[in-house]
Design a protein around this ligand. Structure first.
Ligand SMILES: Cc1ncc(COP(=O)(O)O)c(C=O)c1O
Length: 328
């Protein structure tokens, strides 16, 4: 479908391992495997490093000095961007939604450690991203520096390459372990992971259906967002094909709970169970909610009909620490 070879900077420790969840497979009477993208690096760990490998390559091609991006105060994407910049001798500027907390914990602590410049904004100011970017661009130009804009979550047509590449990795994983999942499940927060997997599964002939469990917004929002990103990708990299409408976006909704970043007691219970039974850490914002959703749907929902299931662990470990009072 596509012969384009995009520029890439190797930032992650790839390929990541794939493992069977022995105890949980027994408990839920399924074959449940996990792709350990939480092991894609240490400070840079998680799904974002895969997207940034391609986005930062574009920034370097543009001769940029400062990576500018947006997110919540505890954004994994912002932390990964800040570290990627530090690794490559660049600067980063993070625009964070919310006020500065008294204590820098979790991802924010790391943002500060790598000396990222941070602006805190009210939700209203945060919504005006074009205006903020223009101001930052002008400000950095005066310092003789060129900025590069990275969208929320690194989810755009360039970032999609990250999980297209992961899908390629999965093909050899499946061959090595003799496993061909019927369902592949991930957390969906800005859409790029799921969108990349959908395209990658199509490009690399993976049979399993891709399911995203949204941790914010809703099904309709992500069907549109992922569809738009895939269309942009097709336009830019694969003009001969126009298959976006044939690619299915499966969003499982119902697990956002009280809202983005807010986890209920049952999410913490799932996090504890997976930690205790498998020695794997999930986070309360993304992977904990998605894993909880997956188990619920296995027990009594749209995943019950599948026997072989793969969960993509997209990282987020530093998000545990700001929620420590609910963890034990
Ligand atoms: C740990 C973690 N998992 C999953 C996601 C969701 O991925 P995406 O933004 O590509 O939908 C994110 C970021 O949003 C994340 O930080």
């Amino acid at each position: 479908m596509n012969k384009y070879n995009p520029a890439r900077v190797a930032l992650g420790r790839l390929p990541t391992p794939i493992e069977r969840l022995e105890t949980l497979s027994k408990k839920y009477k399924k074959n449940i495997w996990i792709k350990r993208d939480d092991l894609s690096e240490t400070a840079l760990s998680g799904n974002k490093v895969r997207k940034l490998e391609y986005i930062v390559a574009e920034a370097l091609e543009n001769k940029a000095d400062v990576l500018v991006t947006w997110g919540a105060v505890q954004s994994n994407h912002c932390r990964a961007t800040a570290i990627a910049a530090a690794r490559l001798g660049m600067k980063s500027h993070l625009v964070l939604r919310g006020s500065e907390p008294n204590e820098a914990d979790g991802n924010l602590l790391i943002d500060k450690l790598v000396n990222s410049r941070i602006s805190y904004q009210t939700p209203d100011e945060y919504g005006k991203m074009d205006k903020t970017y223009e101001l930052l661009q002008t400000q950095y130009e005066k310092e003789g520096k060129k900025t590069f804009r990275i969208p929320v979550g690194g989810s755009n047509e360039t970032g999609l390459w990250g999980y297209i590449n992961c899908a390629r990795e999965l093909v050899s994983d499946f061959k090595n372990i003799g496993f061909n999942p019927e369902a592949i499940v991930c957390a969906t927060g800005s859409g790029g992971t799921q969108g990349g997997l959908i395209l990658g599964a199509d490009l690399h002939q993976i049979d399993g259906q891709i399911f995203g469990i949204n941790v914010c917004d809703n099904k309709r929002y992500f069907e549109n967002k992922i569809g738009e990103d895939i269309n942009l990708w097709l336009e830019k990299y694969s003009p001969a094909t126009s298959k976006a409408t044939q690619l299915q976006t499966n969003i499982i909704e119902g697990y956002v709970g009280e809202g983005y970043g807010k986890a209920s007691a049952e999410i913490f219970e799932t996090i504890r169970e997976v930690a205790e039974l498998e020695g794997i850490l999930l986070d309360p914002v993304y992977t904990g909610k998605a894993f909880h959703g997956m188990i619920s749907e296995i027990e009594n929902g749209c995943l019950a009909r599948f026997q072989d299931i793969l969960f993509i662990h997209t990282g987020g470990i530093f998000g545990i620490f700001p929620h420590k009072e609910n963890m034990v």
